[in-house]
Design a protein around this ligand. Sequence first.
Ligand code: BDP
Length: 721
Amino acid sequence: MKHNKMSILRLMILLLGISWSGFSQKDYKLWLQYNTLTNLDLKAKYLSHIKGITLLGNSETISIAGNELQSALEDMLEKKITVNTKLEVFQSIVIGSKTHLNAEIQKTVESDLNLINDEGFIIKSIVINNKSHIVITGKKEVGVLYGVYSFLRLIQTNKSIEKLNIADSPKTNIRILNHWDNLDRTVERGYAGFSLWNWQKLPDFIEQRYIDYARANASIGINGTVLTNVNANALILTPQYLEKVEALANVFRPYGIKVYLTARFSAPIEIGGLKTADPKDADVANWWKAKAKEIYVRIPDFGGFLVKANSEGQPGPQNYGRNHVDGANMLADAVAPFGGVIMWRAFVYSEHDANDRAKQAHAEFQPCDGKFRENVIVQVKNGAIDFQPREPFHPLFGAMTKTPLMMEFQITQEYLGFSTHLVFLPKLFQEVLESDTYQKGKGSTVTKVIDGSIYKNKITGIAGVANIGNDLNWTGHPFAQANWYGFGRLAWNPYLDSETIADEWLRCTFSNDKKFIAPIKEMLIQSREAVVNYMTPLGLHHIMDTGHHYGPGPWVSNLSRPEWNPVYYHKADKNGIGFDRSKSGTNAVSQYAPEVAVIFDKLETCPEKDLLWFHHVSWDYKLKDGHTLWDGMALKYQQGVNQVAAMQKTWNASEKYVDSERFKEVQMLLNIQYKEAKWWRDACLLYFQQFSGKELPIGVEKPSQSLEYFESLKFPFAPGN
Ligand code: BDP
């Protein structure tokens, strides 16, 4: 009976022209679509350089690289590509690490190899015995794998493969995703389904998804993954779970990806039977040493621990009167013998210091500068509050000259409309990376702090809080894949331009057609400013509804901790709006280098995009364009809405370049985004209007509902909370 029903369903689906296997295949394939080339001239040109593949070496990594190259080329060029293990074929793509190259090739690439680091690669057109080839090599095999993906990207994006001479290396050591995944498979701030890690079926059942995850990450150079939530559960460190972690590590290893875990500071008590977790207690230190050893026996290349301590109720060294240095160094000593690192988070704030939450991380961490062990890196969020649509760069980036700092970006859109809003985050990331800390004079950008070029740090890194779940399309919104992609590309090279990233991603994911690329790229680039405009223009921040952070909630004022309330952040009153962090306010500006502080401190020089972050400004204050603050703010909210309307128009005009499934998905999502942008505009303007007492300026649409209506909306089951 059941079988019959299924058959009828299948038949109906076939009649409708949809196949089972076709369902969501495109979404699932991410930027690795390897579409058949439609430009026949180009295809012929590529084929004239590619007659076969020569695979040198026989590791798992090399065979992954070989298979990827072969199947991608076959898909894109529609031709059978043969694979050899000796350089016999004329015009081969030769892939192999340095030690496996034959003497002649080695000689040709010798000087190039000096240009790259251990994870870097060379792609070079060479001539051996009058025969031309393209060699893809590196010092290590993982470099070869990265080189293969980079070479394929040239073809995916229709670039020339003539006279190739590329030497490229990642600019940071730790390029890592942070999964805020719980052991019950819920994902904190996750909007793309449940966790990928199926703990119940591990270690024996290896889902194909784990392999595809590793492959996608390797293709953009990500080399680490923290499997578990920063709000950690000690159980992950028990043998029962470590066996499962080991199984995942085994899957990821050939793709160059190391596994890391979050360490709950109180684990020695919770799973170790000790009475304390005091970092100065010898039994505690020994417990961690033994635990590290136990992990490394299973996973010899285990990356280390990520730790959230004494923040938002998490246990930490301060529970025992110790400080961050004591806690981090104790753990660092446990993993040091095995080459592990401790990523100690600087995201801390306490309700006992209600003066200005934005100042707390700097206040706690700056005095620790230079006191951490060599294998500790402090992980700092891009801004001092919390992953807002826009924040000025975190002052710590310009304040720690003797401590390596790693960047923490949030790829998942906790404060940016979840997985329903199209927001191209590389634009946000780039803005932060390019900010000048002035720590060592002009040009001391955040990028140069975190890639180690200013302070010559031994370890460097960039972390991204993952937006990945078990949704068919991985990220909930098809365009949120661009944020995973863009994060990886920037972690590899933080100097990359976000427009280049948008261009690459669109070509690899959708189409190379100029008529598609030009408008959609523009849409991506504008999308970040649009969300700022309709949520938090002019430096407003943290006015999302509390807890889940879905939708506007500027009126929320009843939560126990002052800094959990939006009213704490916008401080709207009859006189004006904004948080005074200038010298006459909380003086948070003083945490920046003097050159930066003076700019933020003065109303006249403070960039308008950060105005209400640093100043409480009167409603009648004249903005640069001549509008009063009230009018200007209202117009920004309206502009945000208009920008989303424009995005809808652009997308609708692109229908013929996109498969119908993804086209419709994005169309529906943009419709939601448009509705929600209006919701943001109306709710915020109605609320702030109570204080400004002014009419909405011409050009701003009238709100569709009352303030009471917006305040009454409740979302008890908003995801990710
Ligand atoms: C905030 C999130 C919370 C995280 C916290 C963190 O709301 O869920 O646990 O940051 O980064 O953004 O630790």
